[in-house]
Structure formats: C-alpha cells, structure tokens
Write a protein that binds this ligand. Structure first.
Ligand code: COA
Ligand code: AMP
Length: 624
C-alpha cells in the first residue's frame, strides 16, 4: 500500500486503521473499543484495553527473544564512560527500582518528578514509574529552581528523583542545592527525595526526607508490571505556552504505545535490532519519545549520550558515536548540526570515522534551514529527513513516510502529513487556504493516538488553548503552507513561543521575570534570528522615570534574573533600554514588528499603530 492510500484509510476509517496498529504491541487485555468520543469534543483511544508501558518496552522484548540484545548504550564523553545494558539487565534494574519506589510509598497514580542528567538511572526511573503506574514528570536539568518549584506545585509529586550533579562539557553542576531550593520555594512538599550519588559530587542528604538511590535499590525486590488502563496517564511533561505558567501535557499509556510503535517504522524506518540514536535530553519530548519509549517499543538499541555535538571533545562527536555503536538512525535538532558546521565547515571530522551503518538523518524541533539541509546532503550523502511535531502530539504530524513509501524531499518542507493527522492550512476565520497561501496550521479532529489527553489538572485550559480557537480542529500554534504537491512547509510559531536551540521557551515567561525588576516600567521580549540557535530572546525595556540605572547595569541584572528564575537554557543575553514601545491604539505591543526589525526584515506599518515614529527608534537600537 502506498502513502496516499494509507493516509486516506487513517482518516476515513480511523478505528479500523488503529485497531490494526494496536495489534503490533503486547496488551494485557486487547482493546474491544478503539475510540470513544468524550463530551469535551475530544476522545479516548482504546478505552477498555489494559497494558503496561514498561512491559511493552522491556518484558515484551525478552518474550520475543531479545533478552541478550543491548537495550541501552550509555555513551558519556563528559565522564569518559560507556556502559551497555541488555534488555534482561535493564528490565531487572527497572523492576528493582520499581520495587524501591513502592517501598517509599509510591502507588499507582502518584506523581514522581525526575530531575536528572543524561545517565541510565534517568531512564530506569521513568520505566520504573511506568511499571507501577506512577505518573512521571521529567524536568529538564537546565531549568532553574523556580521553574522546578512551579512544576512541583502543579504536579504535587510524592517523590522527587535526582542525582548529585549534571555535567555540562567540563562544568559540574550540583543538582541537589537546586532541588533543595525548589522544594523550599514550592508550597507543596514531597515526602521524599531520592538522590543518585555520582562520583563527581556527593550531595548532602537531609535526614528524614532524602534517601540514597543505591541504598534503597539494593534493599528492594523486583516487581512485575501492573495492568493499567490504556487511558491511565503515563506521564506529564511541562511545555512553554504563551503565559508564564507552563502547561502539563498529559500522555496516556495505550495510545502512546501504539502511536510510537507505528512511528518507529513510518517515520524512522527502524526495526527490531537496529541501533537508534536521538541526541536530545530526556527532559524534552524528543527524549521521552525517541530516547526512551519508541526505540524500546520497537526492540531497538537506544543510545543515551551525555555530551554535546561540539566540544565533547570536538565537532566529530556525532560521527564518533555513530561509528562506535553502529548507529542506524540518527535524530537531532538542526541546531546541533549548525554547531558542527560552524566548527567544521568542510566536515573534515567526518573523514575520520566510518559511518557506513547510518541509513538516514532525521531532523526536528525547529525549522530545518535549507543551508543546513544542503550541508548534510553534500557531506554525508545520506537521506536528510525533516519532520514536524510538538510536545503536545508526541510524534510526527508531518514526515517523509519512509516506512510506507519514501518520497522525494524538498528543502524547507517536513514533507507530508503523517497518517492520522489531517493537517490543513486556514486563515483567521477558519477558511481553508489554497496551495502556497500561508496561514495557521491546524489538524482536523480527532487527533490520532499518542497525542496529549489534557493539561494536567486543567481540562478547561486544554480545550481553551487547542480547540476553542477553531471549532473541530486542533490549533498547533504554527504557521505555514502546503504547496501544489501537498508538501507542508512549517514557517514558525504564530504566538509568543520561541525556539532557542531546539528548546521551546515562552517570551511571556521572560517578560514576567523582567517586569519584576524594580527599575522596569514595561518590557517585551522577542525571539530574534540567531545563526546557531535559530532564535535567541532579546528584551526591550522601558525604565521607570525614577530609575537611575545604566544600560549595562540593567542588562547584567536582567540576564542574571532570567538565569536564576528560568535557567541558563533560556540564553537570555541581551536587554535594550528604550524610551517607548510600539503599540496599537488599544495598547497591544507590536511584537511581530519588533522581531521583524530585529531580524532586519521588511515590515509594513500597521494602520492601528499609535505612533509610527517609534519604529525608527527601535531600528536604531537594534543597529547599535
Ligand atoms: N543542565 C544544566 N545546564 C544546562 C543543561 C542541563 N541539562 N543544558 C544546557 N544547560 C546550560 C548550558 O550549560 C548553557 O549554560 P551557559 O550559559 O552557562 O553556558 C546554557 O544552558 C545554554 O545551553 P545550550 O543551548 O545547550 O548551549 P551550548 O552552548 O552548551 O550548546 C548547542 C549549544 C547548539 C550545541 C546545544 O544547544 C545543542 O546541542 N542543541 C541541539 C540538540 C538538542 O538537544 N535539542 C533539544 C530538543 S530536540
Ligand atoms: P516542542 O514542543 O518543544 O517539540 O516544540 C514544538 C515546536 O517546534 C513546533 O510548534 C514548531 O514551532 C517547532 N518545530 C518542531 N519541529 C519542526 C520542524 N520540523 N519544522 C519547523 N518547526 C518545527
């Protein structure tokens, strides 16, 4: 069957289509009902099916005879370590750590926050939660204490799992003080904090609250996976929205397993026994879906890489790992290759390694800019496949459907809608636009399995954010167009979310931090184009008449505040004092125009602007 036939079937007969896909995973009780609509306009996949995600990821592979195959290879240039775990070994560790969590009082439905670096224990922690039906919420290590505190208060975890430190190139970052401060800041207090001690730093444990990971692990007995409803939540993953409060994206067990299993062949062309490497972090959705769950659901060996594309130790790092572990599919964000290309423009490092195992390169997380696409094509000769997705969807909405029918690629396009996603381009009134016309990218409901089921604790926000803007559709927040061949081009966000080095951040959240500075009267943050990171935030600040602070002093203080409240990952490194901000007559700041000026793009002066001369001032600021 070709792509078009497969796509049509998924849209015209979704229940038959997904019933067939559900047959590719091990259920404890196969679903009788495939789809059940809910009153909120959304619906549930496989509502009467029972399974356990850790069983599908681990035990099922042992039953299929892959017990001695490597499940996970940990490659850590920052510590000089490499460690492999077979499916037998990983299952044993997960089962025992699950027992340890039970012994700490964690039961089905409890939330567990995981704030850990890229070490195998982070993967063990996620799968152990899944094994006992606890809901994990992994928080990226680059977020500061306050961000962690916000997530603690929203998810109200019983337990926090952490490690004594993370390692960023050659900088050791103690994690425990960050966790302690977050717990202090949060209103909710977890009953226990489990700490994995790494040799680089020994964390101090607070008696009565903190326990040593190894200690509880050694004392515990392995436990079997518990049967869970397909609709029970597997995890919460916070992502930036347009407000300062991140959204807890909730993912279920059943739809997630079925969709990711399907995506492993559709999008990545991966099969059991392949070596799959997604160079991201377990704190992001890419890490959840394609470092941990997807590759294991498909019986692959997954690579867990604790390092960077450059500087650990050089721009040959990606090729070295591909060679050493015989990687078949490699997936990362374009920014990683921009970093490599900047340091090694002629790809001299590539010649040092044998990457013949690599079948293709997969890119997502931000727009794949044509120069990076061309550079990769020229130097590797491999298929370079862009695909478009979001934390909310958990897997690709657009891709090159190589598992069904590989299609010619077009630079700048994520190719075509994945089966299950009826992608459309519409204008503000919801009218469908023609080929080449740019508009909002939306998906006609129902969404396929694997997509978010709600915002944690806030169903209203879920509906309001994604379904209210256009009835009958999921609003992605991205803009783009479809060309005459049906290829989808995603051009960027239409809201106040920015993408910095493949990391999704909220300018609204940064504005809240900046506005808290005593000298600031008003501010706005926009994402300006950046050669390496795609975008970086820049703040425009109006100071109070009474303030005596200089430009340099204020910039330094604001940079420090954003680092302290949001984290280094925000890359907030520029703040400009201005006398006025361009606004509409109703007082709305014209952020899009400010961004266009920062990017030296053409812009048209809107008729609603209260004073067009401000734009010249802004231009002067950015030219300095
Ligand atoms: N824990 C603590 N701090 C972290 C961190 C973590 N897990 N991850 C990043 N940081 C810090 C960095 O140390 C840096 O701090 P600094 O300002 O003190 O130097 C800051 O956050 C910015 O990090 P990053 O954007 O990663 O910058 P970098 O210069 O270290 O690396 C790239 C730049 C492009 C090489 C890197 O961002 C990258 O590889 N990105 C692409 C892949 C990717 O992971 N994408 C994610 C989604 S798929
Ligand atoms: P995240 O939820 O962190 O994965 O970020 C999702 C956002 O990243 C999307 O809404 C897009 O703006 C952007 N994005 C992801 N993949 C692509 C892609 N292939 N092309 C263009 N933008 C992308």
């Amino acid at each position: 069957m070709g792509y078009h036939e497969e796509f049509r079937r998924s849209i015209d007969h979704p229940e038959a289509f997904w019933r067939e896909q559900a047959g590719h995973i091990d259920w404890m009780q196969p679903p009788g009902t495939i789809w059940r609509p809910l009153d909120n306009g959304h619906g549930e996949w496989f509502p009467d099916g029972m399974l356990n995600t850790s069983d599908v990821a681990l035990d099922a592979n042992i039953r299929a005879g892959r017990g001695d195959q490597n499940a996970l290879v940990y490659d850590s240039p920052v510590t000089g370590q490499t460690r492999s775990l077979t499916y037998n070994q990983l299952t044993d560790q997960v089962a025992r750590f699950a027992g340890a969590l039970l012994a700490q009082g964690v039961v089905k439905g409890d939330r567990v926050i995981i704030y850990m670096p890229m070490i195998p224990e982070a993967v063990v922690a996620m799968l152990a939660c899944a094994r006992i039906g606890a809901i994990h919420s992994v928080v990226f290590g680059g977020f500061a204490s306050r961000e962690l505190a916000v997530r603690i208060d929203d998810a109200t975890p019983k337990v926090i799992l952490t490690a004594s430190c993370g390692i960023e190139v050659n900088k050791v970052i103690p994690y425990k003080p960050l966790v302690d401060k977050a717990i202090e800041l949060a209103a909710h207090k977890p009953v226990c904090c489990v700490v994995y001690q790494r040799p680089q730093v020994t964390a101090e444990l607070m008696p009565g609250r903190d326990v040593d990971w190894q200690d509880i692990y050694e004392k515990s007995a392995p436990v079997d996976p518990v049967p869970l409803k397909a609709t029970d939540p597997l995890y919460i993953l916070y992502t930036s929205g347009t407000t300062g409060k991140p959204k807890g994206v909730v993912r279920d067990n059943g739809g997630h397993a079925v969709a990711l299993r399907y995506s492993m062949s559709l999008v990545y062309g991966a099969k059991a026994g392949d070596v799959f490497w997604a160079a991201s972090d377990v704190g992001w959705v890419v890490g959840h879906s394609y470092i941990v769950y997807g590759p294991l659901f498909a019986g692959c060996t997954t690579i867990l890489y604790e390092g960077k594309p450059v500087k650990t130790p050089d721009a040959g790092a990606i090729w070295r790992v591909c060679q050493d572990h015989g990687v078949n599919q490699f997936f990362t964000a374009p920014t990683a290759f921009r970093a490599v290309r900047k340091e090694d423009p002629e790809a001299d490092q590539l010649a040092r390694y044998d990457i013949s195992s690599l079948k293709r390169l997969l890119l997502a997380g931000e727009r794949l800019d044509p120069p990076t696409y061309d550079w990769l094509r020229e130097h590797t000769g491999l298929p370079v496949l862009d695909h478009w997705w979001q934390t909310e969807t958990g897997w690709a909405m657009c891709c090159n459907p190589i598992g069904v029918e590989p299609m010619p690629t077009k630079p700048g396009s994520a190719t075509v809608p994945a089966p299950g996603f009826n992608v459309q381009i519409v204008d503000h009134q919801g009218r469908q636009l023609g080929h080449g016309e740019q508009g909002q990218v939306v998906v006609r409901l129902p969404l396929p399995p694997g997509c978010m089921t709600t915002v944690w604790g806030n169903d209203e926000r879920f509906i309001h954010t994604y379904f209210d803007p256009l009835s009958g559709f999921y609003s992605s927040g991205d803009g783009g167009f479809v060309d005459e061949d049906g290829y989808v081009f995603i051009m960027g966000r239409t809201d106040d979310v920015i993408n910095v080095a493949g990391h999704r951040l909220s300018t609204g959240e940064m504005e809240e931090v900046i506005a808290a500075h005593p000298a600031v009267a008003e501010c706005c943050v926009v994402g300006a184009r950046d050669e390496l990171r795609g975008q970086t935030p820049i703040g425009l600040v109006l100071v109070k008449d009474s303030a005596t602070i200089t430009q340099d002093e204020l910039e330094e203080e604001l940079i420090e505040m954003v680092r302290d409240r949001i984290g280094a990952v925000a890359c907030f490194r520029r703040a400009i004092i201005t006398d006025r901000l361009p606004k509409t007559r109703s007082g709305k700041i014209l952020r899009r125009i400010i961004r266009q000026i920062a990017d030296r793009e053409e812009y048209s002066v809107p008729s609603t602007i209260d004073d067009p001369t401000i734009l010249e001032d802004i231009k002067t600021h950015f030219q300095q």
